[in-house]
Ligand binder design. Structure first.
Ligand SMILES: [Zn+2]
Length: 51
């Protein structure tokens, strides 16, 4: 499960493996799956993260 966080009345989803934050849950889930499996980040996924 990805972590949910509310900040400034906006909801974010956090990958618990790499701590990147996403606006969309599906990306956070993809990221977490990838991070767990490969122990690295996929740039195609992390480009959707919020800086
Ligand atoms: Zn991740």
């Amino acid at each position: 499960m990805v972590k949910e966080e509310i900040k400034n009345n906006k909801k974010y989803f956090i990958c618990e493996e790499c701590k990147l934050r996403y606006k969309e849950k599906r990306w956070a889930e993809k990221c977490q799956e990838w991070c767990k499996k490969y122990n690295s980040c996929n740039i195609e996924i992390t480009k959707h993260a919020i800086k």
